[in-house]
Every structure is written in C-alpha cells, then in structure tokens.
Design a protein around this ligand. Structure first.
Ligand SMILES: *Cc1c(COP(=O)(O)O)cnc(C)c1O
Length: 357
C-alpha cells in the first residue's frame, strides 16, 4: 500500500523550552491515518497535517470503548540522528491488544514503515534537550456507526507524535505508592494484558483517591484474591529482595511491558537472578518490615525507571532504601537510557535508526 503524503502549509513553531513540555499536550505538524472496512481492508494510508477529525457521534468507540494504543519514543543522539527503541515489539503488542478487543489486525511491518516515515518527516520536532524525547502514540479504534452490540467491522488507525520533556524533571526521584485494596484494574481473562483505554478508565477512581491522599501512584493487586502484586499505574514493578530481583509473572492481567522485558534481560546479563512469579502483598509487607527489601522500582517507556520510596497498605506504611535511589535501579536507568540515547553500545539489536531526511 502507498502512503500518500500531504505536507502542512502552516508549520507550527517548535516549543522553545522542551523542559517545560510536560507530557502529551503538544503535537507535531503531521499525523498518520488509515481506515479499515471489510470490503477494502486497510486503505487510504496517509500522512497529513495534524488536524481535527470528524467522527460520527454514534461511532462505537465512544460508547463501548473499542480502542487500543501503543506508546514508544524517538530519541535524539549526540550526533544529531534520531532512533527508536524496540519498535517492532510495540507493533506486535498492538496486534495482540487488537485481537483481544477484536479490532482488525494489520501488517506490523507496514505500520512500522508508516511510523518511521512520519518520524522522519517531523524529525525536527525530536527535542535535543537531555532527557526530552518525541513520544509516539499509535491508536486503533472502531468507527462502526452502530449502538447495537455487533462484531467490529470498521476501524481507523492513527499515529500521533508529541515532544515530551524529561518525565523526571528533578532526576530520579523516588515515588510514594498506595497499594489499592478495593478497586482492581484487570482480572485474568479480561483485558489486563492488552494496552486499551478501558483499563485506564477502570483505574481512574483509585488513581484519584491516591492523588487526594498525597500518593504518586497506585499499586494494583490481583482481582480474585486481592493478594498478588500486579503493577503500578502505567508501569510494571520490580523488587530487589535479599539480592534477588522479583517481578510479577505475566499471568494475563499484567501488561507485558517492553521496558520490563528489557530490564529482565539486562539484569540477567549483569548476573542477577530474576524471578518472574506470584508475589503476595503479605510477602512485600513482611520484607519491608524485616528490611530484606533492598530496592523497588517501576519501569515503563514514559519514566524508564521510577524508584519507589515508600509503600502504604491499609494502615501501614514503610519506606524503601531510606527513600533513596538504589544502585540496581540507577544502573538499569543508566544502561537503558544510555542505549536509547545512543551513548552506550547496543549489543541486543534493540535500536532502529530513523533515516535522515
Ligand atoms: C504501557 C504500559 C506499561 C509499560 O509498558 P512499556 O512497554 O514498558 O512502556 C505498563 N503497564 C501498563 C498498564 C501500561 O499501559
């Protein structure tokens, strides 16, 4: 399929101070879009000026939440080139998410090609400020005009680009976590492993409660027993207990993070023992109380590594590592960001270069 390209006649000024960008409110000049229907399959693939789109108010996405998305970044290296981190993994995960929601499948190589073409066109928007990057948001949603509950037949795919500041403007600052004991994000057999908007809608109430009470993030427990650790907000979670790294197994209700997968590989290659298994909140609280929990951190594309400074559960609260960043979290952060920004060699083949214009 050809990708039609229509360039903007009105390029927008680039943000002056990328440190003030925040996350996801500024967008570049162009976006990618394509449509699906059963007769034509995917068609009308185009890179066009970023503009408002007209969608019928009866479209199923507004009523039944048929939507999946991805999140990855383009990084500016010291030599001025632009590169991506494991983008094929995002394409594959998006197919898995779409399959769960029964949105139409797509050719991952084609979508990656479109994504690279879009980033290439808007590459002047990739910030040069340390820690800042260009966030890439592919999204697929159902455009059937139908309030009846029918199988999905029409969909749209879009890719948006948003220059973002460093998620952690004050450096790696440990966050305070509230372990949620009432609401659940996902259950096994549900959509937890899919990156879909509905999971975030389900998380809103607990996130608002945590924020009101002065916490940074929610840590989710499993939906059946309210006992096993799942993940934190939009990040996977890892603990260092008695020298070993422990992280929840991918049981179906946990999002299979690409940062998680990369951390596990890096940790094993650095000689750590990494266990992917069920971890109960009782085990976490006991290891905090006895002091055997040496470090804890969240990991995801947005923040890379987010050290955890404290956990609160019901009426108890414990700090981790004196609310300081531990050596393991710091080392992971340095290694990952080093590879992503091209300051360290990439022995894994994780980096994909964006062609120069
Ligand atoms: C995207 C996401 C993650 C992290 O995945 P990465 O591929 O590492 O960015 C973790 N949990 C949830 C719920 C997510 O949506």
């Amino acid at each position: 399929m050809e990708i039609r390209i229509r360039k903007t006649q009105h390029p927008q000024p680039k943000p002056e101070d990328p440190r003030k960008l925040g996350f996801g409110t500024v967008f570049t000049d162009h976006m990618f879009t394509m449509d699906y229907d059963p007769q034509q399959g995917w068609h009308d693939a185009a890179i066009v000026p970023l503009e408002e789109i007209a969608i019928h108010p009866g479209a199923a996405v507004f009523h039944y939440g048929a939507e999946v998305f991805e999140g990855l970044k383009a990084y500016r290296t010291d030599d001025g080139s632009v590169q991506l981190f494991r983008p094929a993994d995002n394409m594959q995960r998006m197919r898995n998410s779409a399959e769960r929601i029964q949105l139409p499948d797509f050719d991952p190589d084609f979508l990656l090609k479109a994504l690279l073409r879009l980033v290439e066109l808007d590459q002047d928007w990739v910030p040069t400020t340390p820690g800042a990057s260009l966030y890439i948001r592919p999204v697929e949603f159902c455009t059937d005009i139908d309030l009846g509950l029918h199988a999905i037949s029409r969909a749209r795919m879009m890719i948006l680009l948003s220059p973002v500041g460093s998620y952690l403007s004050g450096g790696l600052k440990p966050v305070n976590i509230l372990i949620e004991d009432t609401d659940v994000r996902a259950v096994r057999g549900g959509t937890g492993y899919a990156k879909c908007g509905g999971n975030y809608a389900a998380a809103n109430r607990a996130a608002a409660k945590a924020e009101r009470r002065g916490f940074d993030q929610v840590l989710w427990l499993d939906g059946v027993h309210r006992q096993y650790i799942e993940e934190v907000g939009g990040m996977n979670v890892m603990f260092k207990i008695k020298g070993k790294i422990v992280t929840p197994a991918l049981t179906g209700s946990v999002l299979p993070g690409i940062t998680r997968r990369s951390c596990i590989q890096l940790l094993r290659d650095k000689g750590y023992e990494v266990e992917e298994r069920l971890i109960s909140v009782d085990e976490v609280m006991a290891s905090l109380e006895s002091g055997t929990m040496e470090e804890a951190w969240g990991c995801g594309t947005a923040a890379v590594i987010s050290p955890i400074g404290s956990f609160a559960y019901q009426d108890r609260q414990f700090t981790v590592n004196n609310r300081e960043i531990g050596p393991c979290a710091q080392d992971l952060y340095d290694t990952l960001t080093g590879i992503q920004w091209g300051r360290r060699t990439d022995p894994y083949g994780w980096i994909v270069k964006v062609p120069k214009p």
